[in-house]
Design a protein around this ligand. Structure first.
Ligand code: NAI
Length: 327
């Protein structure tokens, strides 16, 4: 069996190559950016290990030998799931490697914004040393934290933040009341934006959530509030966000993810003084990166040995079947 690592931004893929060597699987590597790159590189490969390369029907139609795609990461918006199901291709991810890292990063951004750490740092470097240099601060213990999407990361964020904020509210229509921790109050989407002094996004990117954080929701936020996004850049309408910072109620935004990564050098978000940006690093710790790479790589080994990966996003056809689209 042969597999392709379509793309990666790790310094090397020695860990993955060792896993495949031990399992008797041939491993090719590439740095694909487009479907065409993948089609060209994936000849003869039954499995793909993917970071950001786009995978959809064009790839499956051109390379029917592909039977499984495993994504480095929890999100799988770079893989067209309906197309994979139509072609009977397994899709796997690695959802639980960095829950603590992302939640800690989101809370770090939230508290930095509320305490104006980015503004103080700018002022001190410019030679100003005064506690009022960065404007007025409100007591965090009096504020409400809102969470959009109370899944693995949203729940961990609530748990970490519960002793810092007066109240935690969350909107997640897809989980039952029993899945809300006792210290988190359920609310509607509109109410979430109306009451949250700090709002952290933890929903997946899909057709329902793309662009959902727009001008009309941002206008509902309390004066002086902050927005944090460690989920996916395309959840937020970026020009609406900049307007809400310049002429609306927002005091700051913390963004680990952007609609285009890396951003263009003249991206107004990167230059905005009240936006605190990190380079899609929320997942990262030495330990989490190792776990991510091991779990994503092993999905392909488990499929080769047992017919299914450990972390199933979409179940594919049995190993013997070919990739003709299902009608
Ligand atoms: P999860 O699947 O455990 O939780 C997502 C939650 O969002 C679910 O409870 C779901 O019911 C809820 N949800 C879905 N649609 C919603 C909607 N329209 N309104 C409100 N709630 C909705 O996912 P997890 O592990 O918590 O990850 C969340 C996202 O974080 C991932 O999809 C990924 O895009 C992002 N992520 C970012 C990382 C980074 O390095 N910045 C690293 C890991 C994940």
């Amino acid at each position: 069996m042969r597999i392709l690592i379509t793309d990666y931004d790790f310094p090397d893929v020695a860990l993955e190559e060792e896993i495949y060597r031990a399992a008797g699987i041939e491993c090719k590597t590439a740095q694909c950016r487009s479907e065409d790159d993948v089609i060209q590189a994936a000849q003869g490969c039954s499995g793909l290990l993917v970071q950001y390369a786009p995978i959809n029907a064009r790839v499956f139609a051109a390379r029917p030998e592909i039977r499984i795609v495993s994504r480095y990461g929890a999100g799988f918006d770079t893989i067209h799931i309906d197309d994979a199901i139509r072609f009977g291709v397994w899709v796997a991810n690695s959802p639980d490697y960095g829950v603590g890292e992302v939640a800690t990063h989101a809370l770090g951004l939230t508290l930095s914004l509320l305490r104006h750490l980015h503004l103080y740092s700018r002022d001190v470097r410019a030679g100003t040393w005064h506690y009022l240099s960065a404007g007025r601060l409100q007591r965090v213990g009096n504020l409400t934290l809102g969470i959009l999407g109370l899944g693995r990361i949203g729940k961990r964020m609530a748990h970490l933040a519960r002793n810092s904020f007066a109240r935690i509210v969350a909107c997640d229509p897809y989980i039952i009341d029993g899945d809300f921790p006792s210290y988190v109050q359920r609310c509607s989407l509109e109410e979430l934006f109306e009451v949250s002094n700090a709002l952290s996004l933890h929903v997946p990117l899909n057709d329902e959530t793309r662009g959902m954080v727009n001008a009309s929701l941002l206008a509902r936020m309390p004066e002086g509030s902050v927005l944090v996004n460690t989920a996916r850049g395309a959840l937020v309408n970026t020009s609406d966000l900049v307007r809400a910072l310049d002429d609306g109620p927002l005091d700051g935004a913390g963004l680990d993810v952007l609609p285009q990564e890396p951003p263009a050098p003249d991206d107004p978000v990167v230059a905005h003084p009240r936006i605190l940006c990190t380079p899609h690093a929320a997942f990262y710790s030495v330990e989490a990166e190792r776990e991510l790479r091991r779990k994503a790589a092993q999905n392909l080994v488990q499929w080769a040995e047992r017919g299914r990966p450990a972390y199933v996003v979409a179940a594919g056809a049995s190993r013997a079947a070919s990739a003709a689209p299902r009608s």
